[in-house]
Design a protein around this ligand. Structure first.
Ligand SMILES: O=C(O)CCC(=O)C(=O)O
Length: 254
């Protein structure tokens, strides 16, 4: 198996992306795909999100990251079949491949919900260095609730994927950026963003709105994963998923 065979087996054809998607990914660093999660799948993802938060309690998110003021979950590949399509979705994989442009794998699959009055993050890139001529990481945010300016949607600063890392360029990463764009979109939307692009969660200003989202984060294959999938993979997951899905997780020894 190689990335070409895996993408082909999963139906992740470049033709799934419009010219506009490609131009947005190239120029702005992100593209928005409405309606990728249908109603039934959305309901099952929300249900599983709540079940896992309940079951894992104070440990939720611990495999990768916990963050004050948020509900976080990690290692979702192993936490139910509802998540299988998140890291094998043809359109999303086509977009990730467009950005990374070479062999890649999943880095981690997590979820995040900023609680009312919480959630503001500093602008950051998921790659810690200035642009060096190629892209190493690409993220996707899967909206399980409507995202609005009120409930702590993601912000992105277009064009910053081809510049310096934010730590070399921003005096105050927490401050609103004059060029930032908010991902305001209905539940079921997926935004794929080249995660060299400066981004972050915003404050959930609402009194009672949730803003649950999953993050399917991918990396060029030569780099390590945020969550080592070989270490965490459960046998039941391995048995359930296809060889192409295993390739995306990098769990089969060639
Ligand atoms: O959930 C979001 O809006 C962004 C999250 C993010 O960038 C992070 O947790 O590093």
């Amino acid at each position: 198996m190689d990335i070409t065979a895996a993408l082909s087996a999963l139906g992740a054809d470049d033709n799934l992306l419009t010219k506009q998607h490609k131009a947005d990914l190239d120029n702005k660093g992100f593209a928005v795909f409405p309606g990728l999660i249908d109603d039934e799948w959305l309901e099952s993802l929300r249900t599983r999100f709540e079940e896992l938060c309940e079951k894992e309690g104070a440990h939720a998110g611990i495999e990768v990251h916990q963050e004050a003021g948020t509900r976080r979950l990690s290692d979702l590949c192993n936490k139910g079949p509802a998540f299988d399509l998140v890291y094998t979705h043809p359109t999303v994989l086509a977009a990730i491949h467009h950005v990374i442009g070479r062999d890649f794998k999943l880095s981690s699959l997590n979820a995040r919900d900023a609680l009312p009055g919480e959630g503001l993050q500093g602008l950051h890139a998921d790659w810690g260095a200035d642009y060096d001529g190629q892209f190493h990481v690409c993220n996707s945010v899967w909206l399980l609730d409507d995202f609005s300016a009120e409930n702590g949607c993601t912000r992105l600063v277009p064009g910053t994927h081809k510049g310096p890392n934010q730590k070399n360029a921003l005096e105050d990463p927490m401050a609103p950026h004059p060029e930032q764009e908010l991902v305001v979109a209905p539940a079921g939307t997926v935004a794929v963003f080249n995660s060299h692009t400066w981004h972050g969660g915003t404050l959930n200003k609402s009194k009672d709105l949730q803003r649950r989202a999953m993050h399917g984060y991918f990396t060029a294959r030569e780099h390590g994963q945020q969550l080592n999938q070989r270490e965490y993979l459960r046998y039941e997951t391995w048995k359930r998923i296809s060889p192409a899905a295993r390739y995306i997780l990098n769990v089969d020894v060639d």
